[in-house]
Design a protein around this ligand. Structure first.
Ligand SMILES: C[S@@+](CC[C@H](N)C(=O)[O-])C[C@H]1O[C@@H](n2cnc3c(N)ncnc32)[C@H](O)[C@@H]1O
Length: 203
């Protein structure tokens, strides 16, 4: 595998030194997409929230700052991501921020726990996305929101070749999947042609 491809494969499952570098880079470079996407949501105080595929943990901090007295959970399949997200949120760790290793396919949380679930630049890598969406629906409270934020929206994007195991979905396809998973009031927002937020509500 070429060096470039091996570096970008750390988007899928950050590991080792290159994985740590990628996590630092993503914490910084996903800020515009994440801040824009979170700005579309009307936050309330005291929320319980989950960020799936939390990577280096910057989204956990961003969520925490938008809802006073909130609890924020992060989960990621990569141990490297979990360690980085814990360090990044050391100040609030195990008090308001809780980070676990695990997959979107089987979330280790009780039914109807969360007011908001976010997924930033990660659904491309989830195996069996429709089943993962059902799992998100299970852990959301009625009226809770699932916000998917993506920067790659073409199914034939070059990123699919650069990152092994990546599938980019057009926002309309993600909307249809959310609809089929039982979400309602699904909206697509766009910041620029390539940045999209797809937000659905659990009835
Ligand atoms: C491109 S990074 C994005 C990280 C972070 N959300 C951000 O915006 O910086 C994708 C993350 O999704 C995680 N991931 C991939 N497959 C996953 C799965 N099935 N369940 C949970 N996390 C997963 C990866 O380990 C990686 O940390």
């Amino acid at each position: 595998m070429g060096l470039l491809k091996s570096f970008f494969t750390n988007c899928v499952h950050p590991q080792g030194r290159m994985g740590r570098a990628m996590l630092r880079f993503m914490n910084f470079c996903h800020a515009p997409l994440t801040n824009w996407g979170l700005g579309l949501i009307e936050f309330r105080d005291g929320w319980t929230m989950l960020d799936i595929g939390c990577g280096g943990g910057a989204t956990l901090t961003r969520l925490l700052k938008r809802s006073k007295d909130s609890k924020v959970y992060g989960i990621d399949i990569s141990q490297e991501s979990v360690e980085k997200a814990r360090k990044f949120n050391a100040e609030w760790l195990d008090k308001q921020v809780f980070v676990s290793q695990g997959s979107a396919e089987k979330l280790p949380y009780e039914n109807e726990l969360f007011d908001l679930v976010t997924a930033v630049e990660t659904v491309y890598f989830w195996p069996n996305l429709p089943d993962c969406m059902q799992e998100v629906r299970r852990v959301l409270k009625s009226g809770g929101r699932f916000a998917i934020l993506v920067e790659v929206v073409d199914s034939d994007s070059k990123w699919n070749d650069l990152c092994e195991g990546m599938t980019a979905y057009p926002p309309e396809q993600l909307k249809k999947m959310l609809d089929e998973a039982g979400f309602v009031n699904i909206e697509i927002h766009r910041m620029k042609p390539s940045n999209a937020a797809i937000i659905g509500v659990k009835p």
